[in-house]
Design a protein around this ligand. Structure first.
Ligand code: MN
Length: 307
């Protein structure tokens, strides 16, 4: 078996000012990270996690070790930079091992992995979240959990402690399988049956399905950042085929700078260290955003000249 088509889409959604999700779509490694923390700390944490995973590239074998390394980097950055104290991120990663015929999933937090096989969508990961624990304990029904005000509170995160417990498991994969990784901006807005039907309607095309899933989450309110990574398993020898990857937007910071630049104070965030999702605040009109970037750039230039 090999990886066929793969696609990733990330979107700010309709309520948030910034996108604090990040993704990795570098076959054979795929991941979604959903950052949390005040100012731009959530963005920093998610990007650190994605970068740690990307750097491992094709040589990765140990998914748990990779996620632990990402944890260490975020934790150390949060100690070194008080503005990012308490930051953290979810991570859900998938490593395809064609020779073995398996997909290894590693995860921390409430970003999810799903498998669509034979028209049935199965959730592979168990959320590390308050409401998931209450459902397991019989305190809440799954329906109550979906509407619970604390549904975004996670009980395990990457980067908030020196070490982290990572859930890792291996799935036997088969040609025709479609794997979906997503942040809660999709799963809290679109139920599993709808997710399956949207992917089927896109004729199992990862690029079309990813765009359609983001559109469905936005149509349901788009209350949080939405990130979707999809990849299909195909027949054949991985050495003879290159996976076809579609990314939207292209993984370059739209503002022309690294996503880990320090907070600019232009857009206060009401982020809470223990919750993400369901945030308030509106979207700045694009013109205002561009203007504030220009003003900030001019100030930087002036500051640089005057010292
Ligand atoms: Mn989220």
């Amino acid at each position: 078996m090999r990886i066929g088509r793969a696609a990733a889409v990330t979107d700010t959604g309709r309520q948030r000012l910034r996108n604090e999700d990040a993704f990795v779509c570098e076959p054979p490694l795929f991941a979604v990270a959903d950052g949390m923390g005040g100012a731009r700390a959530g963005e920093v944490a998610a990007r650190l996690a994605a970068t740690a995973l990307e750097e491992a590239g094709r040589s990765v074998e140990d998914v748990a070790g990779l996620i632990s390394e990402a944890n260490r980097r975020i934790w150390e950055r949060s100690l070194a930079d008080p503005q990012t104290a308490g930051m953290g991120t979810t991570v859900t990663a998938a490593l395809v091992e064609g020779a073995r015929g398996t997909v290894t999933i590693g995860h921390v937090g409430d970003s999810r992995a799903y498998l669509l096989r034979g028209g049935t969508l199965e959730q592979l990961t168990s959320d590390h979240s308050l409401v998931a624990e209450l459902v397991q304990g019989g305190v809440l029904t799954p329906e109550e959990a979906e509407r619970h005000p604390q549904r975004s509170a996670i009980t395990r995160a990457l980067g908030t402690e020196p070490t982290v417990e990572v859930d890792v498991f291996r799935i036997d994969a088969a040609p025709g399988d479609l794997f979906l990784l997503c942040s809660d901006g999709l799963s809290s807005m679109v139920d599993d049956l709808k997710v399956a039907s949207v992917i089927e309607d896109a004729e199992l095309d990862p690029a079309r399905a990813a765009e359609a899933l983001v559109a469905a989450a936005n149509a349901s309110g788009g209350q949080d950042n939405i990130t979707v990574v999809l990849f299909e398993i195909a027949e054949g020898d991985p050495a003879e085929h290159t996976p076809e990857v579609t990314l939207a937007p292209t993984p370059v910071d739209a503002l022309g700078g690294p996503a880990t630049s320090p907070p600019d104070g232009a857009a206060p965030d009401t982020g809470d260290v223990s919750t993400h999702g369901a945030g308030k605040g509106g979207r700045l009109p694009a013109l205002l955003l561009v203007l504030s970037i220009l003003v900030f750039g001019a100030l930087l230039l002036y500051w640089g000249i005057s010292r």
